[in-house]
Design a protein around this ligand. Structure first.
Ligand code: GP9
Ligand code: MN
Length: 629
């Protein structure tokens, strides 16, 4: 008995002695990663993150097991240093941006001026705990390496290596698969990095981010043949002069420009009633004093809100997958902000959510904004849903713009009418939607009614204080509010029986309202087919900027009705092509149309146009084009 006890304790001693580096690494790194996950989840931490945390540690341990013992000790020690340093950087970045560091944000560090200048002030004494062990362990690491022999042969090291790596990889892949099933675009578009990190842990997040970065770079590393570059340039040159007309050119040169992108503002709510009351009484009122485009389509893809911003400010198609705001944030742009800045404008972007959401903190710099007023720049005194309420946000924005140097370009992105439409279900939703109360549709109507009221106040104040007499204003919705899986509620609300792809498309419009200082085209409703890609060329013409390298059209001069969607669907002014069904409809009657040689040609041409935009983004061609001028 005694003998066996002795044997057990001997075994334990040797086991501990032989593996203490592994055990310590596991305990320390797990504690740090878990501490970090807790720190970015001030409200509630989903404990299931423990699984990917452990799985990612297993991968490190697996790699270490293939190494000779002395090397293994060094490897684990250095890995601990690297992970600790990464966590400290992440903790500090989170403190400022409420977001996670990405490879592209580091690469574009110059764009993060405001945070790099205050690194010291972001450091908190508590952060020392993430790295304290590294110093404490210095003598231990040295001594242990001296005592330890490189006794294990490679054949003895392989099994442990294989088992741990396989376990780590399989469990991690499972976690990522689950995320991609519930939120298909989250891993590639990385819209909400905090949420993603809370689900998959810090190490997995950085691995996915690095993977995205490397794969985009590999994809784009092949140089584009010179002829292709020239072809794209020629196409854009021709497209820029497409209409051959220059009506209203420079008409508002020197005026301020205010662009308001409204969250989930779909067109069907405009001039529509529920329970006998107007849903958007304020926008309806302003439409009468403005020019209104009632066939304006949203063209967003994987980047939703960010895509709407991207198109409106650049007239470039959204990325083929993911979000251009993330994947192409290191590119050079000829944005509205850049062009107006070159004309001596002050440029500011404003949004009541955390700065890092949709990578805005990086992208706004690339798009030529002098300042980005995100959540940090506001007094966050009222939160609804994702962030600062539109009411507080717009009121504070007025105070800020009063201090702007004129002329200015102000780009405002609202937030409260975002799904899950909390403005509707909360105390703010006092709008009586009758029988729709408590439904998805009812909540949306209440939320958009709330935002309409805030926009009304905003515009009324700007009118009273004289701003509008000196400014061009454009207001549009970013994308759908009612997703496809809730289309029954939409059709029911709109009393639609004929439910086909044509009908679905008819409802994928957002309003575009343009208000001019001299009341030009006030009350005019333009029915031509237009879309988000067309905003920049139209504004460029009005503000006296040359239309250059834009895929969209100037809506006031080009009535071709051409609209191309990211999935290959298109409108050519007469027909609608639905790419997923490979079918055509007559736009006026809604009747199906057979493919003709001309339609086929158009289809190929428009597919090519999307590829031009992809090539331009993948190879940062605007940098080349602009440098050559
Ligand atoms: C968040 C907001 C929402 O800041 O813009 O983006 P969305 O989920 O609508 O794409
Ligand atoms: Mn949105």
């Amino acid at each position: 008995m005694k003998e066996s006890n002795k044997k057990i304790s001997q075994f334990l001693f040797y086991f501990l002695f032989n593996n203490i580096d592994i055990i310590l690494f596991f305990i320390l790194v797990f504690t740090k990663l878990y501490m970090y996950s807790k720190s970015i989840s001030p409200g509630y931490l989903d404990r299931s993150v423990i699984i990917p945390i452990i799985a990612s540690i297993l991968v490190f341990l697996g790699i270490s097991l293939i190494l000779k013992e002395k090397t293994r000790i060094s490897f684990l020690y250095i890995a601990n240093i690297v992970i600790s340093a990464m966590l400290i950087a992440d903790v500090m970045y989170y403190r400022y941006f409420k977001d996670i560091i990405t490879v592209s944000s580091v690469k574009n560090a110059k764009m993060l001026g405001d945070v790099s200048s205050s690194v010291a002030s972001l450091f908190n004494f508590k952060d020392v705990f993430y790295i304290l062990d590294v110093f404490v362990l210095i003598p231990f690491e040295r001594m242990y390496k001296r005592l330890k022999q490189n006794s294990l042969k490679i054949s003895n090291r392989i099994p442990g290596f294989l088992i741990l790596i396989a376990l780590g990889v399989v469990v991690n892949a499972g976690t990522l698969y689950n995320v991609s099933k519930t939120q298909p675009t989250l891993l590639t578009a990385m819209s909400n990095r905090i949420y993603l990190t809370k689900m998959i842990g810090n190490i997995d997040f950085h691995a996915v981010d690095a993977f995205n970065f490397v794969s985009t770079n590999i994809k784009n590393s092949k140089k584009l043949p010179e002829e292709r570059v020239e072809k794209i340039k020629d196409f854009l040159k021709q497209n820029d002069q497409q209409s051959g007309q220059t009506k209203f050119q420079g008409k508002y040169s020197g005026k301020n420009l205010i662009v308001i992108q409204v969250e989930a503002l779909q067109q069907f709510v405009i001039n529509q009633k529920v329970n006998g009351k107007e849903i958007t009484p304020n926008l309806n009122r302003w439409i009468k004093k403005s020019m209104y485009f009632d066939n304006y389509y949203y063209q967003v893809a994987g980047g939703t809100t960010a895509d709407a911003e991207f198109m409106s400010n650049n007239s470039l198609y959204p990325a083929q997958s993911g979000a251009a705001y993330y994947t192409y944030s290191g590119n050079t742009y000829n944005s509205l902000g850049v062009a107006l800045k070159n004309k001596g404008y002050y440029t500011a972007a404003m949004h009541g959510n955390t700065e890092g959401f949709w990578n805005r903190n990086v992208m706004y710099k690339a798009e030529g904004f002098d300042d980005f007023f995100g959540q940090h720049s506001y007094n966050v005194d009222e939160i609804i849903g994702l962030g600062l309420s539109d009411k507080s946000f717009l009121n504070q924005s007025i105070e800020k713009m009063e201090k702007f140097k004129q002329p200015y370009y102000q780009f405002v992105v609202t937030l409260t009418s975002h799904f899950p439409y909390d403005a509707g279900s909360s105390k703010y939703g006092n709008f009586d939607v009758g029988k729709y109360k408590g439904t998805f549709m009812g909540n949306y109507l209440q939320a958009i009614h709330y935002t309409d009221e805030q926009l009304g106040n905003y515009l009324d104040t700007l009118e009273k204080n004289g701003t509008l007499a000196n400014s061009v204003v454009a207001i549009y919705g970013d994308h759908f509010a009612i997703p496809k899986d809730k289309m029954d509620q939409l059709y029911n609300f709109e009393n639609v029986d004929n439910q086909n792809d044509y009908t679905w498309f008819k409802y994928q419009k957002v309003p575009l309202i343009m208000h001019f200082p001299d009341g030009m085209n006030s009350g005019v409703i333009d029915h031509s087919y237009t879309a988000q890609m067309d905003l920049y060329p139209t504004l460029a013409n009005l503000m006296g900027i040359s239309k250059q390298y834009m895929f969209g059209k100037d809506m006031l001069n080009d009535k071709s009705g051409k609209v191309i969607f990211r999935n290959g669907s298109f409108i050519d002014g007469k027909n609608l092509y639905v790419s997923w069904a490979n079918s055509y409809y007559d736009l006026a009657t809604g009747k199906p149309v057979q493919e003709t040689a001309k339609l086929k040609e158009e289809k190929d041409e428009y597919t090519e146009e999307l590829q031009y935009s992809d090539d331009l983004l993948n190879h940062n061609l605007l940098k080349t084009f602009l440098n050559k001028e």
